[in-house]
Design a protein around this ligand. Structure first.
Ligand code: FES
Ligand code: FES
Length: 82
């Protein structure tokens, strides 16, 4: 099993997604998912696991695409420094 230290940068900008209040989502932390910004199971063997969270309200949120945010799953602007 290979250990991956740094997450893969899926894209250097956030993903704007529509979420539904009360629904649970799994944000891809490894950056390898083909279904960004959500986990599709591609993290297997990387040492990463998805960040599960429940949407508090319905509407658009900006989920981190660079995978280097300090506030997963949300974009915190870190992508501008990569
Ligand atoms: Fe990236 Fe699951 S595919 S965390
Ligand atoms: Fe990762 Fe903005 S996209 S911090």
């Amino acid at each position: 099993m290979s250990e991956q230290r740094e997450p893969h940068i899926a894209q250097k900008s956030p993903y704007a997604v529509e979420l539904e209040a009360g629904k649970q989502y799994f944000w891809c932390a490894c950056g390898l998912s083909k279904n960004q910004p959500f986990c599709d199971g591609s993290h297997k063997g990387t040492g990463f696991s998805p960040t599960g969270f429940t949407a508090e309200k319905s509407g658009t949120v900006y989920l981190c695409g660079c995978k280097h945010t300090a506030k997963p799953p949300y974009c915190d602007g870190t992508h501008t420094k990569l």
